[in-house]
Write a protein that binds this ligand. Structure first.
Ligand code: ATP
Ligand code: MG
Length: 391
């Protein structure tokens, strides 16, 4: 008996897109993500992707864990693949399902046969397999309406497959089917979640982080690496550009009205991100902003930030409460990293009374005191590149 993984077409999120190119991207992503677990082969047939380990050392537990983070898969199954005979099915089923079934009370068997030459009909397969399981696990009852588990027996082209309930996948679209965008990532709770949400829609992430040493510490940068490494478990590798931001912040502090510090700074972030994103062929920017969360995130403030963006700015958290964002951050396991106590550049020169109802005229006037283009150019030039790999 060999254990394999089945991903069915119904479990792929594809609707409108070209199915076969969607599937090719997904297969490539799966291969990349399962790298290092041992030899395996992925085949596409009868609207199913099958992942077959090729040696005993293949780490199935780890494979399932990694697969549950691959976008584009709504659900999948671990299954026993056996020879296409009733004898093989009946002897493998109790053995393969022992651990799951011993903890449950009710079950039912459903059979499917795409090979119509198989001597038994689907109802006959179900009845025989059900009988065998009842015999092997006398504590079980059959419940056809609300069973704890549906045991599936599928007779296909080359093998028969036996499996229990579906494992939930990450949903979304395969990363790479949606183009590329640049995530403005801080060490906070919000931006990693925002990146995760866009990656879920099939978008490849680059990341841009603004660092202001010595006001911000190396630990703050390591934290960003750790956050991105966690996001990369879902999104795949992330190209990170760390931008030297100290000079700009000092210039803002020395030359602009205090109540506008944060907004002027955010507009600089946007301008520098424009340059890097265009250079790296990103079609949009992503931030972790949400309306009303802080002074720089009122709709008027967001409007002033948007005014300098030269491409669409996606803010997937825009209508979410902090609680909801935290819940998601916990699920994707970025929360514990985000709450490590290191200062972000945003907290370095925080005004005591930031303006919540800014207007563009005011900001443009304040920025006249600064050599904007020169600062932007220098910062973008000075960005340091690192590739963050999914660990
Ligand atoms: P987060 O939790 O993501 O830090 P926040 O609620 O603290 O967000 P701000 O600090 O105002 O909000 O930042 C708003 C957004 O600006 C962030 O979500 C992020 O996209 C971007 N941003 C803030 N600081 C940085 C930084 N140092 N580098 C890159 N982007 C940043
Ligand atoms: Mg922040």
């Amino acid at each position: 008996m060999q254990e394999i993984i089945l991903i069915k077409n119904g479990e792929l999120a594809l609707k409108g897109l070209n199915r076969s190119s969607f599937e090719s991207v997904l297969v490539k992503n799966i291969k990349r993500r399962m790298h290092g677990l041992g030899k395996f082969v992925i085949t596409r047939s009868q609207s199913t992707l099958t992942i077959e380990p090729q040696d005993d050392s293949f780490d199935m537990e780890e494979a399932v864990d990694r697969l549950s983070r691959v976008f584009g898969i709504a659900g999948f199954e671990r299954a026993a693949a056996v020879e296409k005979s009733m004898d093989a099915i009946l002897s493998a089923a109790p053995e393969y399902l022992r651990d799951v079934l011993s903890g449950l009370h009710t079950f039912k068997v459903e059979a499917k046969r795409s090979d119509k030459t198989f001597p038994l009909t689907s109802p006959q397969i179900s009845a025989e397999a059900g009988g065998k399981l009842l015999e092997a696990f006398p504590h079980l009852r059959v419940d056809v309406h609300h069973p704890d588990i549906i045991v599936m027996v599928e007779v296909r082209e080359h093998f028969a497959y036996i499996h229990g309930n579906q494992i939930k996948g990450a949903g979304g679209m395969p990363v790479g089917t949606g183009g590329k965008a640049a995530l403005l990532v801080s060490g906070g709770i919000d931006s990693p979640v925002a990146g995760w949400m866009m990656a879920k829609r099939g978008i490849v992430l680059d990341a841009i982080h603004f660092a202001s040493p010595p006001f911000t510490s190396p630990q703050a940068e390591w934290k960003v690496h750790d956050l991105l490494r966690q996001v990369a478990k879902y999104s795949g590798d992330i190209a990170l550009y760390t931008v030297p931001f100290t000079e700009i912040q000092e210039q803002i502090r020395d030359n602009c009205p205090e109540e506008l510090f944060t907004l002027v700074m955010r507009r600089f972030m946007m301008r520098i991100s424009n340059v890097i994103a265009k250079r790296e062929k990103c079609a949009a920017l992503i931030t972790g902003e949400s309306v009303g969360q802080v002074a720089s995130q009122t709709i008027l403030s967001l409007g002033c930030t948007d005014a300098v963006a030269e491409m669409p700015v996606f803010r997937p958290l825009i209508g979410m409460d902090k609680e909801e964002i935290i819940e998601r951050a916990r699920k994707i396991e970025t929360f514990e990293i985000s709450i490590r106590p290191y200062e972000d550049c945003c907290t370095v020169f925080t005004p005591r009374h930031p303006r919540t109802r800014p207007n563009l005229e005011l900001l443009e006037k304040a920025e006249e005191a600064l050599p904007v283009e020169e600062l932007v150019e220098r910062a973008a030039q000075g960005a340091r590149f690192e590739l963050i790999r999914n660990a």
